[in-house]
Design a protein around this ligand. Structure first.
Ligand SMILES: C[S@@+](CC[C@H](N)C(=O)[O-])C[C@H]1O[C@@H](n2cnc3c(N)ncnc32)[C@H](O)[C@@H]1O
Length: 393
């Protein structure tokens, strides 16, 4: 059967070719890469697309990519082309043979459960440049392949992608603010994105020591210098990030108060009912501490970028209260996928008992799509909570 192929000109700096390369770097599943490959070829994986994959994806990884991942992708790619009775270019066969051989000779992912995923944030076409955001920001992250080994802090969670998109969508909310992604920073994606929007200080923490070691590695990979464990308050190098070991259960109130964050962030931290009361205690301590001297919220002109929609879930006056609070007192943004409604409701109840106002502001903010190629990520499954202390203090 004849296919009416409308192949697009191969150009790694423009979609859909840019999306294909970005998906490969982020180690998206093979089926996503195949669907983007078809898009490039106007419906078929043409020879031009095959040559592009070979040169711009496989060769560019210079043998340093994750062998099982590349091998599996090449196998599925060749199979799809062959089953369409189309010609497979020689280069792809050669590369496949190379990766087959290196899998046999090498230590074949023997316990090698660490990978480097490169997350590309691509500037959306409708994005109005507020700060000097590059057209493309690539964040390499050392992650774990196996989330089931208790390595939760070494995987990339959807809420951290969402929170990163939020930060890049509203950079003026964070610039010149002291930001504390205290709530289980994990691989550090949110913290690294924060360093690109000119905050006065970035502090990251996690309760798990191996996660913290991996976080430090990721900051180095992204050329962010780190300082460990210190509670000094002035960080002159804007790229310098402070890392703290901070299990919520044993966090000392006076130490938390000394940190004086203006904005507290957290991604996918509401999941363990046993930790919730400790988590809420930590958030409450931060949100009832006076803001640091160098932050004057009245300087924040734009505040949250509204998407112009009215969110029926939040009474208008409540959202206004949140906006007002964001100018005068510390606030928290927590992004969360609600996997268990009972756990989420329990969080809301404990937060209410601690006089925290928790608003679902997902529909109130305009969040740009910086990850258009990432088919494995569903931003719509994430809720953004805006939190402030409603007690008089
Ligand atoms: C689901 S992961 C999310 C990681 C990261 N925020 C992200 O979205 O990619 C939860 C994180 O919270 C940390 N965590 C869990 N319980 C904690 C506790 N009690 N104290 C401090 N950190 C904790 C874990 O080590 C892990 O890094």
């Amino acid at each position: 059967m004849m296919v009416d192929v409308q192949e697009q000109e191969a150009d790694a700096s423009r979609p859909p070719w840019l999306h294909l390369v970005s998906a490969f770097l982020a180690m998206e599943p093979s089926h996503s890469l195949l669907s983007l490959s078809r898009e490039c070829g106007g419906g078929a994986i043409t020879e031009t697309v095959q040559n592009f994959i070979s040169e711009q994806c496989i060769s560019q990884s210079e043998g340093k990519g994750h062998t099982p991942y590349i091998k599996s992708f090449l196998k599925k790619l060749i199979l799809e082309i062959e089953s369409a009775n189309a010609v497979v270019v020689d280069q792809l066969y050669e590369q496949f043979s190379f990766y087959m051989a290196s899998l046999k000779d090498g230590d074949l992912a023997k316990g090698d459960s660490r990978i480097i995923r490169k997350i590309s944030f691509l500037q959306p076409t409708d994005y109005i440049e507020v700060c000097h955001f590059p057209r493309k920001l690539i964040v390499p992250l050392n992650c774990s392949l196996n989330m089931l080994e208790g390595d939760t802090g070494c995987a990339i969670w959807p809420s951290s992608l969402f929170l990163s998109e939020f930060i890049l969508s509203c950079p003026e909310l964070f610039s010149m603010k002291s930001c504390f992604e205290q709530l289980g920073s994990g691989v550090g994606l949110v913290g690294i994105c924060l360093t690109h929007v000119k905050p006065s200080k970035v502090t990251l923490s996690d309760g798990d020591l191996s996660t913290l070691a991996n976080l430090k590695l990721n900051l180095e990979l992204n050329h962010r210098s780190t300082r460990f464990g210190s509670s000094e308050s002035v960080v002159e190098d804007p790229c310098k990030v402070e890392c703290l070991h901070l299990p919520w259960e044993s966090a000392v109130e006076s130490d938390l108060r000394d940190l004086k964050p203006d904005i507290v962030l957290g991604a996918d931290v509401i999941y363990d009912p046993q930790c919730i009361s400790h988590l809420v205690r930590v958030i409450t301590t931060f949100l009832t501490t006076k803001m640091s001297n160098h932050s004057h919220r009245e300087e924040t002109k734009g505040s949250i970028v509204s998407n112009g929609r009215v969110n029926g879930d939040i009474p208008n006056n409540k959202y206004k209260e949140f906006l007002l609070a964001s100018r005068t007192q510390p606030i928290a943004y927590i992004a969360s996928v609600i996997r268990n409604i009972d756990t989420y409701d329990y969080f809301l109840m404990v937060a209410q008992q601690a006089n925290l106002a928790v608003l679902d502001i997902t529909q109130n903010v305009k969040i740009f799509n910086f990850l258009p190629y990432m088919q494995s990520y569903q931003g719509s499954s994430v809720k953004l909570l805006g939190i402030y202390s409603s007690s008089d203090n």
